[in-house]
Design a protein around this ligand. Structure first.
Ligand code: SF4
Length: 360
């Protein structure tokens, strides 16, 4: 899209429609994602910022994760440091004790994170002793009252497994589509895009909130990025994590060219146009790919981010992240309600206050 009057009027008309509650079409999103000039991209970011403000206010939703079972994963996801198929030197350990989860939850809460995701590197979950152990950890996290019980535990093999997780107190499950359906075979061969969609359907049927997005910069086209956004819209997921590839030495994607910061910001903005009411969470790769432009994720339309470390790479100091959010006039106190619920009491409560004070 060239920087010309009709580009401006196209963007203006689209913005008015989204602010008025209408959806944009695939063709319109495909045109937005092809914007090239920095002046036009800056206009797009400003428009996405207005849409974020309208639907998400000034609240920022923060989440943290704990690497509960690391490395030696039998899957072959080509971006992943934890796959046993690649020699990455990434740490390996079996499922952690409950105390480690509770400690991570306290740290997450001190950093204003609403949820703590228990993350495991394995194919997924089926009925058996491992599911029993995972459910005990979820129950302990839910009982602790320090952070919402979230998890990312791979492919779910049956509805009964999803129902068990729900009964244990799980609120949110992360399971990314990773990329567009037609690009998926280029990033993983040991399971399919359809396996991932089926897991999301089990979760939704169990009444578990779904966090699903993907990784950008894995050789996909811009059109693939738009396709994934519309697939996520169709699946009616609750949170959309956007990760930007941080190439890991030893993986097949180690030499992948990182996306340019403006390309990343433009992609976030296009996702805000397609998914105006969703929590759009910028997750892995923020620091390394955006560098000094990190605060721009919120201007581009993001309403959420990860705080603390990632699974195999280090995040920015949480204090710096909280300062960045406040300096932008945003509030790291999410308020704890979903699009389909009435707003509830926010972060401050008798249980939370000591942690909030410690973080401030
Ligand atoms: S399933 Fe998860 S942990 Fe295993 S290789 Fe794929 S991304 Fe990595």
């Amino acid at each position: 899209m060239k920087h010309e009057p009709d580009s401006r009027s196209f963007l203006g008309a689209l913005t008015s429609r989204v602010l008025g509650g209408d959806a944009i079409t695939f063709a319109e999103a495909a045109r937005l994602v092809e914007i090239e000039s920095s002046a036009d991209i800056h206009d797009l970011l400003a428009a996405a910022n207005r849409i974020r403000e309208k639907f998400k206010g000034n609240k920022v939703h923060l989440c943290s994760i704990v690497n509960a079972k690391a490395g030696a994963c039998p899957e072959d996801c080509r971006f992943c440091a934890q796959s046993a198929a690649y020699d990455t030197g990434s740490p390996r350990h079996s499922f952690v004790e409950q105390e480690a989860v509770i400690k991570a939850a306290s740290e997450a809460h001190a950093n204003y994170a609403q949820g703590l995701g228990i993350v495991a590197a394995w194919r997924g979950l089926k009925e058996g002793p491992m599911l029993d152990e995972v459910c005990r950890a979820i129950e302990a996290l839910a009982r602790s009252g320090t952070a919402r019980a979230d998890a990312s535990l791979g492919i779910i093999e049956s509805q009964r497994v999803a129902d068990r997780l729900k009964a244990a107190g799980l609120v949110v499950y992360n399971h990314n589509l990773e990329t567009a359906e037609e690009h998926f075979p280029n990033i993983c061969t040991t399971h399919t895009y359809a396996d991932r969609v089926r897991t999301i359907q089990f979760l939704k049927h169990a009444g578990i909130r779904v966090c699903s997005g993907g990784i950008f910069g894995m050789g996909e086209t811009r059109r693939h990025r738009v396709q994934m956004a519309f697939a996520l819209k169709e699946l009616a997921v609750d949170v959309v994590p956007m990760n930007f590839l941080n190439p890991i030495a030893g993986t097949p994607f180690e030499n992948m060219t990182p996306l340019a910061p403006l390309e990343i910001l433009k992609t976030i903005a296009v996702y805000r146009f397609i998914l105006p009411r969703k929590e759009i969470m910028v997750a892995g790769g923020r620091e390394v790919n955006l560098r000094d432009l990190q605060p721009m994720i919120f201007v581009a339309g993001a309403s959420a981010t990860m705080i603390g470390n990632y699974l195999t790479t280090t995040g920015q100091d949480p204090k710096k992240d909280l300062q960045m959010i406040r300096d932008l006039g945003l509030d790291p106190d999410w308020g704890g309600h979903w699009d389909d619920e009435e707003p509830q009491q926010s972060h401050a409560c008798e249980v939370c206050t000591p942690f909030s004070a410690a973080a401030g």
